[in-house]
Design a protein around this ligand. Structure first.
Ligand code: ADE
Length: 243
């Protein structure tokens, strides 16, 4: 998978050199490049923003550097087109489902918004020429899209075959089948007066599975009742007790 990230703070993306993403890059599973948007500015101050049309607080990212960036990285580079993801609190909510959709794409390009966002014409122009999604990682406002790119890149690339060491850990994790994952424990069996639930040490695989399923339902009912309401009734088995 090819990933390009365009930002005015390339240093913010340094964690993409670390851990499993760093390893996937070194192994050639991910071809990831971080670009400094200021490369496509021509004034001495390398300015990327301007006052909002119509007035108001904050600054808006100017279209010119973004246009030249798209020319160089996309239009002049060949026939292929990326799926452009524009990070914004006004975007479509990013979910595990979105992560699965994006993991199947050969080329993702992130445009990190800063300040009050990017001039909307950049998004509209790009959308006439390639798939574009404005995407939000949650109902809160960050200073810019860089942290959103870190979160989305991690959620997406761990679904790319070969990136995660043990693909089995993808199977029953939180947000698969619409339920949160059951709590996890490791030895010692007793720690500071707290015990591992005995069923997990029983060696009875069927009982362990049943316990995990009950805990997943309980946890979801407690922390995310909205998820239980959206659960496909067909995904419930007859021993599930909905509380
Ligand atoms: N930029 C600022 N806030 C954001 C959010 N919640 N999601 C994505 N990008 C953002």
């Amino acid at each position: 998978m090819k990933i390009d990230v365009v930002t005015v703070f390339p240093e913010y993306l340094a964690p993409l050199d670390l851990s499993l993403i760093g390893r996937a890059r070194r192994r050639g599973l991910l071809d990831l490049t971080v670009h400094d948007l200021r490369r496509w500015t021509h004034d001495v101050h390398h300015s990327v923003d301007g006052a909002p049309a119509g007035g108001g607080a904050g600054m808006v990212m100017k279209p010119q550097p973004w246009g030249e960036c798209l020319d160089e990285l996309v239009f002049d580079a060949g026939e292929a087109r990326p799926h452009l993801l524009v990070t914004s609190p006004a975007g479509r909510p990013f979910t595990q489902e979105t992560a699965h959709e994006l993991a199947a794409e050969p080329w993702l390009m992130f445009a990190c918004g800063r300040y009050e966002g990017i001039d909307q014409r950049v998004v509209d122009y790009a959308a006439e020429r390639m798939p574009v999604t404005e995407v939000s990682i949650g109902d809160y406002v960050l200073f810019g899209g860089e942290v959103a790119v870190l979160a989305i890149t991690e959620a997406v690339t761990r679904l790319v075959p070969g990136v995660l060491g043990n693909a089995a850990s993808l199977d029953d994790e939180s947000h698969n089948a619409g339920l949160l994952e059951a709590p996890s424990y490791t030895r010692p069996a007793e720690w500071r007066g707290h015990e591992i639930p005995p069923v997990l040490l029983s060696g009875d695989h069927g009982k362990v599975e049943r316990w995990r399923r009950d805990q997943a339902l309980l946890r979801t009912a407690t922390a995310r009742p909205d998820l239980l309401e959206r659960l496909d009734p067909g995904s419930l088995d007859k021993r599930d007790r909905l509380l």
